[in-house]
Ligand binder design. Structure first.
Ligand code: DQA
Length: 149
Protein backbone atom coordinates (compact mmCIF):
# COMPACT_ATOMS: atom_id res chain seq x y z
CA UNK A 1 0.00 0.00 0.00
CA UNK A 2 1.42 3.37 -1.00
CA UNK A 3 1.83 5.85 1.81
CA UNK A 4 -0.27 8.98 1.31
CA UNK A 5 0.99 12.30 2.63
CA UNK A 6 -1.46 14.42 4.59
CA UNK A 7 -1.05 17.80 6.24
CA UNK A 8 -3.30 18.68 9.16
CA UNK A 9 -3.71 22.43 9.64
CA UNK A 10 -5.14 24.06 12.74
CA UNK A 11 -5.99 27.76 12.86
CA UNK A 12 -6.00 30.40 15.58
CA UNK A 13 -6.64 29.64 19.24
CA UNK A 14 -6.59 25.90 18.70
CA UNK A 15 -3.25 25.84 20.53
CA UNK A 16 -5.42 26.48 23.62
CA UNK A 17 -7.48 23.30 23.30
CA UNK A 18 -8.05 21.64 26.65
CA UNK A 19 -8.19 25.03 28.36
CA UNK A 20 -10.42 26.94 25.92
CA UNK A 21 -14.19 26.62 26.41
CA UNK A 22 -13.99 22.86 27.09
CA UNK A 23 -17.79 22.56 26.99
CA UNK A 24 -17.59 23.51 23.30
CA UNK A 25 -14.22 22.15 22.24
CA UNK A 26 -13.55 19.25 24.61
CA UNK A 27 -10.77 18.51 27.04
CA UNK A 28 -8.11 17.03 24.76
CA UNK A 29 -5.08 19.17 24.09
CA UNK A 30 -3.92 19.90 20.56
CA UNK A 31 -0.87 17.73 21.23
CA UNK A 32 -3.11 14.79 22.14
CA UNK A 33 -5.30 15.30 19.09
CA UNK A 34 -2.26 15.45 16.81
CA UNK A 35 -0.73 12.35 18.42
CA UNK A 36 -3.99 10.50 17.82
CA UNK A 37 -4.11 11.60 14.16
CA UNK A 38 -0.51 10.51 13.54
CA UNK A 39 -1.33 7.10 15.11
CA UNK A 40 -4.52 6.77 13.04
CA UNK A 41 -2.46 7.73 10.00
CA UNK A 42 -0.14 4.76 10.69
CA UNK A 43 -3.16 2.43 10.69
CA UNK A 44 -4.44 3.91 7.44
CA UNK A 45 -1.08 4.06 5.65
CA UNK A 46 -0.87 7.84 5.82
CA UNK A 47 2.06 10.01 6.83
CA UNK A 48 0.47 12.81 8.84
CA UNK A 49 2.24 16.07 9.61
CA UNK A 50 0.57 18.80 11.63
CA UNK A 51 0.82 22.56 11.96
CA UNK A 52 -1.01 25.06 14.14
CA UNK A 53 -0.76 28.79 13.63
CA UNK A 54 -2.48 31.87 14.95
CA UNK A 55 -1.38 33.71 11.79
CA UNK A 56 -3.34 33.64 8.56
CA UNK A 57 -0.25 34.11 6.38
CA UNK A 58 1.51 31.11 7.92
CA UNK A 59 -1.48 28.94 7.01
CA UNK A 60 -1.56 30.44 3.50
CA UNK A 61 2.19 29.74 3.07
CA UNK A 62 1.76 26.11 4.16
CA UNK A 63 -1.20 25.57 1.82
CA UNK A 64 0.69 27.14 -1.10
CA UNK A 65 3.70 24.89 -0.42
CA UNK A 66 1.52 21.78 -0.49
CA UNK A 67 1.18 22.07 -4.26
CA UNK A 68 4.85 21.18 -4.80
CA UNK A 69 6.14 19.43 -1.67
CA UNK A 70 4.53 16.00 -2.00
CA UNK A 71 1.47 16.76 0.10
CA UNK A 72 -1.49 14.85 -1.31
CA UNK A 73 -4.32 16.01 0.91
CA UNK A 74 -5.17 18.58 3.57
CA UNK A 75 -7.27 18.23 6.72
CA UNK A 76 -8.19 21.75 7.75
CA UNK A 77 -9.68 23.34 10.84
CA UNK A 78 -9.08 26.99 10.06
CA UNK A 79 -10.99 27.98 13.24
CA UNK A 80 -12.18 31.61 13.09
CA UNK A 81 -10.50 32.13 9.69
CA UNK A 82 -13.08 29.69 8.30
CA UNK A 83 -15.60 32.50 8.40
CA UNK A 84 -13.43 35.31 7.06
CA UNK A 85 -10.46 34.21 5.01
CA UNK A 86 -10.61 34.71 1.26
CA UNK A 87 -6.80 34.36 1.35
CA UNK A 88 -7.01 30.79 2.66
CA UNK A 89 -9.72 30.00 0.13
CA UNK A 90 -7.56 31.33 -2.73
CA UNK A 91 -4.57 29.28 -1.53
CA UNK A 92 -6.72 26.13 -1.39
CA UNK A 93 -7.86 26.71 -4.98
CA UNK A 94 -4.24 27.29 -6.07
CA UNK A 95 -2.80 24.20 -4.40
CA UNK A 96 -5.28 21.78 -6.03
CA UNK A 97 -5.06 19.34 -3.15
CA UNK A 98 -8.22 17.63 -1.88
CA UNK A 99 -9.15 19.22 1.42
CA UNK A 100 -11.56 18.16 4.15
CA UNK A 101 -12.84 20.94 6.41
CA UNK A 102 -13.42 19.95 10.02
CA UNK A 103 -14.74 21.62 13.15
CA UNK A 104 -14.99 20.40 16.72
CA UNK A 105 -18.23 22.28 17.41
CA UNK A 106 -21.25 22.37 15.10
CA UNK A 107 -20.74 25.70 13.33
CA UNK A 108 -24.30 25.56 11.96
CA UNK A 109 -25.79 25.42 15.46
CA UNK A 110 -23.88 28.44 16.73
CA UNK A 111 -23.93 32.20 16.09
CA UNK A 112 -25.02 33.17 12.57
CA UNK A 113 -21.55 34.50 11.71
CA UNK A 114 -20.18 30.97 12.13
CA UNK A 115 -22.67 29.40 9.71
CA UNK A 116 -20.77 30.53 6.64
CA UNK A 117 -17.53 28.85 5.63
CA UNK A 118 -15.44 30.66 3.05
CA UNK A 119 -14.17 27.33 1.71
CA UNK A 120 -16.88 24.71 2.12
CA UNK A 121 -17.50 24.68 -1.64
CA UNK A 122 -13.83 24.20 -2.55
CA UNK A 123 -13.39 21.32 -0.08
CA UNK A 124 -14.35 17.73 -0.85
CA UNK A 125 -16.37 17.62 2.37
CA UNK A 126 -17.08 19.17 5.76
CA UNK A 127 -17.42 17.42 9.13
CA UNK A 128 -18.63 19.58 11.96
CA UNK A 129 -19.83 19.10 15.52
CA UNK A 130 -18.41 15.71 16.45
CA UNK A 131 -15.56 16.90 18.63
CA UNK A 132 -12.23 15.17 18.04
CA UNK A 133 -14.11 12.57 16.00
CA UNK A 134 -14.57 15.26 13.31
CA UNK A 135 -10.82 15.20 12.71
CA UNK A 136 -10.62 11.40 12.82
CA UNK A 137 -13.51 10.86 10.41
CA UNK A 138 -12.11 13.61 8.22
CA UNK A 139 -8.75 11.85 8.04
CA UNK A 140 -10.41 8.54 7.16
CA UNK A 141 -12.51 10.20 4.46
CA UNK A 142 -9.54 12.04 3.00
CA UNK A 143 -7.38 8.90 2.84
CA UNK A 144 -10.24 6.94 1.24
CA UNK A 145 -10.68 9.72 -1.32
CA UNK A 146 -6.97 9.70 -2.19
CA UNK A 147 -6.90 5.91 -2.48
CA UNK A 148 -9.84 5.99 -4.90
CA UNK A 149 -7.77 8.59 -6.72
C1 DQA B 1 -14.03 25.93 15.29
C2 DQA B 1 -15.30 26.76 15.09
C3 DQA B 1 -14.96 28.20 14.79
O1 DQA B 1 -16.16 28.96 14.60
C4 DQA B 1 -14.19 28.81 15.93
O2 DQA B 1 -13.81 30.14 15.62
C5 DQA B 1 -13.01 28.00 16.34
C6 DQA B 1 -13.11 26.55 16.33
C7 DQA B 1 -14.33 24.49 15.74
O3 DQA B 1 -13.45 23.63 15.58
O4 DQA B 1 -15.42 24.22 16.26
O5 DQA B 1 -12.00 28.53 16.77
O6 DQA B 1 -13.36 25.86 14.03
Amino acid sequence: MNIVHIVVLHGPNLNLLGRREPEKYGTQTLFEIDEGLVALGHELGAAVTTLQSNHEGVLVDRIQASRDDGTQGILLNAAAYTHTSIAIRDALVFCERPTVEVHLSNIHAREPFRHRSMFADVCIGQITGLGVESYRLGLRGLVAHLRRG
